[in-house]
Write a protein that binds this ligand. Structure first.
Ligand SMILES: Cc1cc2nc3c(=O)[nH]c(=O)nc-3n(C[C@H](O)[C@H](O)[C@H](O)COP(=O)(O)O)c2cc1C
Length: 332
């Protein structure tokens, strides 16, 4: 298995966590890293909000911990190059955030609230603005003691009829993007339908001549699906989203499969429950316990999926308010 470098930063693997709002918490990202994820970016954070409201308002999404996470990446979204410039300037003034290794730009978010501002997947319709954003980020990061690469995560199209956007991929590479990750769905598909590997391959092909790594994303649930996605798209690595919710073991499983080892690490019931608790306790370090438990309610069901009595466990976990209640429900 070839190793991959993003702008000179050598990744410890080729299987990464795909950013997910509400899921990619700092506590979870550390666990993913421990379980073999090459890296795990933050969820999307508004560059405009950082510019006008400062870092503090977005800190719960922005915070990074280079010690537990290894390679850190912050994902920003926005529609104006100047917002990115200002946001990066602020990030670089913070003693911890300035240690970030990678700045990722979201050009794939399909949520109408984001798209109608011209951000996320709307940028696929404005290649010039998208390129200007990449350039603005690169410029804002120039002259620092460390090289901080700029990556982009996008989709295969803005309209349902789109079957890949090779020119868009090229425009990003021409602007100096240091890595491109493409999710094989169009904006209107959101997360429905199947990942279009041919459309991803078309975009991969378009940036073949550039010396940048290319990650594919969409519907990876295990080793074989990751291998098919990589092979059919000619990708250097994969990002895993939904199948990684409550399932950080997927990173070592997929990495082992891609490396040709048949070892599948299946966590037992106890390990699943203990890891759930560990993530919850990690989340509690950053905010009030009740808020942490409430926020974690959307993730806990994924940890107990498939366990004995999962249906009842899920219902009870979703009404818990304290860590002790969660422990009691899980009999830990
Ligand atoms: C709940 C949820 C939140 C997401 N949030 C983000 C996000 O903040 N940034 C981003 O680039 N993609 C986001 N995505 C998209 C995923 O990163 C990924 O591209 C998509 O789920 C397809 O990969 P998968 O089939 O492995 O899930 C989100 C997806 C889900 C399901």
């Amino acid at each position: 298995m070839n190793s991959v470098s993003i702008g000179g930063i050598k990744l410890p693997g080729i299987v990464a966590l795909s950013p997910m709002a509400g899921v990619s918490h700092i506590a979870y990202r550390g666990i993913c890293r421990e379980m073999g994820a090459a890296y795990a970016p933050t969820e999307l954070v508004s560059a405009r909000s950082i510019r006008y409201n400062g870092l503090e308002k977005s800190m719960q999404y922005l915070r990074i911990d280079p010690e537990t996470e290894g390679i850190t990446a912050i994902q920003l979204f926005g529609a104006e190059p100047d917002d990115f410039t200002a946001a990066i300037e602020k990030i670089m003034e913070d003693p911890v955030l300035s240690k970030v290794d990678i700045i990722d730009i979201n050009m794939g978010c399909p949520v109408p609230k984001v798209v109608k501002t011209g951000a996320g997947s709307a940028l696929m319709n404005s290649p010039q603005t998208a390129a200007a954003i990449v350039k603005a980020c690169k410029k804002a990061l120039e002259g620092l003691p460390r090289h901080i690469p700029v990556t982009v995560k996008t989709r295969t199209g803005y309209d349902a009829s789109d079957k890949g956007k090779p020119d868009f991929a090229k425009a990003l590479a021409d602007a100096g993007c240091d890595m491109l990750c493409v999710h094989g769905r169009t904006r209107p598909q959101m997360y429905t339908g199947e990942c279009d590997r041919k459309a991803i391959a078309l975009m991969r092909e378009a940036v073949m001549g550039y010396d940048i790594p290319f990650f594919a994303n969409g519907d990876v649930t295990d080793g074989p699906s990751a291998k098919t996605l990589m092979e059919e798209c000619g990708a250097d690595g994969v990002m895993i989203g939904r199948a990684a919710r409550g399932n950080p073991w997927i990173f070592s499983e997929v990495a082992a499969y891609l490396a040709g080892s048949g070892d599948i690490i299946t966590p037992d019931e106890q390990e699943r429950k203990e890891t759930l608790l560990r993530e919850l306790e990690g989340r509690c370090r950053w905010c009030d316990e009740e808020i942490a438990v409430r926020e974690f309610r959307s993730v806990m069901p994924f940890y107990v999926k498939g366990l004995r009595g999962a249906a009842k466990l899920k219902v009870r976990l979703c009404s818990a308010l304290t860590v002790n209640e969660v422990k009691e429900i899980l009999e830990l």
